[in-house]
Design a protein around this ligand. Structure first.
Ligand SMILES: *Cc1c(COP(=O)(O)O)cnc(C)c1O
Length: 374
């Protein structure tokens, strides 16, 4: 079956009561037990398992070609559960331009309980090899990265990880399973902030880990999910499985528009630099071409000018909402450094765009007007 068919088939929950076509929503926190103590339907309590969550998890496993998946109440809750599976004294490698909150979680929380880490520019494989230590247990990859759209060779980094008995985890939020499948390239876990493209409508917060194999690490994190309980609500899961049904259509259309917008910006005298892996001038365009079906709907650019001028530009466009986050049907624009904070390595004049489902020509006209204003 092709992706579009799998996306519909895998997100359908059978309703034996009424035969409803749309999936039923199971809000119940608890499930009936038989007199012999068994649970005839296999459900006990919603922190442990819920039909809507199971549907989301199995659908994400199907779309990423994994054996199992686990859903959490946010992308960061998914990361947190994964990090909790490591021991004090373990070492992990993360990209220097990883999603900013992930770096903060590592620094502010996990370094205090003894998890060691280095942040490196992972687009250069030499840096990865040089940073490996005997106690390195995981290499975290984010590609395309946020907000500089650096591209990391997933297959090559996975090889380095496995040669050193470490796992490779890829944050696949930006590419989505439509454009990139890290598990097919050898990675052990594909992580999604499903808050973004999977939900697709900026109205649900959640995260998913998809595991290539149903092995020890899966069991460990499933236990953390069940005991700690950072799970998405049944309605969150219902919205997400609905989002998956239109994922391929949305992402392909948004990507087409992003390519057009990137090419437009690349030719503007007021734009210093465009970050988009679909441009032949991108430093790792060839790696992106090799591992992605297309280049995604996120892009950044440096405005010629000061930090203040870049921040002001986000108010000059009318069709883009100035807000953080991404992956929704509406286009968003953001001055990245000011949202990330004082230790951000984002260039001060960098502006990030999440391309939505508006007409690309309208978006380009809006950007043109913004760029031509004083
Ligand atoms: C948003 C995002 C996250 C975190 O997800 P939340 O649902 O906000 O916790 C992680 N990684 C990337 C690349 C993201 O865009």
């Amino acid at each position: 079956m092709q992706f579009e068919t799998k996306a519909i088939q895998s997100t359908q929950l059978k309703d034996n009561t009424a035969g409803s076509v749309a999936s039923p929503l199971y809000l119940s926190t608890t499930f009936e037990r038989s007199a012999d103590g068994s649970h005839p339907h296999g459900y006990v309590y919603s922190r442990a398992e819920n039909p809507n969550r199971e549907l989301l998890e199995s659908a994400m496993a199907v779309l990423e070609n994994g054996e199992k998946a686990l859903a959490f109440s946010s992308g960061m809750a998914a990361v947190n559960a994964l990090f909790q599976a490591f021991k004090p004294g373990d070492h992990i490698l993360i990209p220097e331009d990883a999603y900013y909150t992930l770096i903060l979680l590592t620094e502010e929380v996990f370094s205090q309980w003894g998890l060691e880490y280095n942040t490196i520019d992972m687009s250069d494989l030499g840096n990865v090899k040089a940073a490996i230590r005997p106690n390195t247990k995981m290499i975290w990859v984010e590609t395309p990265s946020n907000p500089q759209l650096r591209i990391v060779d997933i297959e090559a980094v996975t090889k380095i990880a496995h040669q050193n008995n470490a796992i490779c985890v890829v944050d696949n939020t930006w590419a989505t399973p439509v454009l990139q499948n890290p598990l097919n390239l050898g990675a052990d876990i594909s992580m999604h902030a499903t808050t973004k493209y999977i939900g697709g409508h900026s109205d649900v917060l959640s995260g998913v880990l998809v595991f290539k194999k149903e092995e020890e690490l899966f069991a460990k994190i499933k236990l953390i999910q069940k005991l700690a309980g950072a799970v998405p609500s049944p309605f969150d899961c219902w919205l997400l499985t609905r989002g998956i049904k239109t994922l391929a259509l949305r992402v392909r259309e948004q990507t087409k528009s992003a390519q057009k917008i990137a090419e437009f910006l690349d030719n503007q005298p007021n734009v210093e630099k465009v970050y988009y892996p679909g441009l032949a001038s991108h430093a790792n365009h060839e790696v992106a071409k090799k591992q992605m079906a297309d280049f995604g709907a996120m892009l950044s650019f440096n405005l010629k000018g000061t930090e203040q001028e870049a921040l002001a530009f986000t108010g000059k466009v009318k069709l883009f909402t100035a807000a953080t986050s991404l992956g929704g049907v509406e286009s968003l624009i953001e001055h990245r450094k000011s949202i990330e904070g004082p230790n951000s390595i984002s260039p001060p004049n960098l502006i990030r765009i999440s391309v939505g489902l508006e007409n690309a020509d309208d978006l380009i006209e809006d950007l043109r007007n913004g760029l031509n204003q004083d």
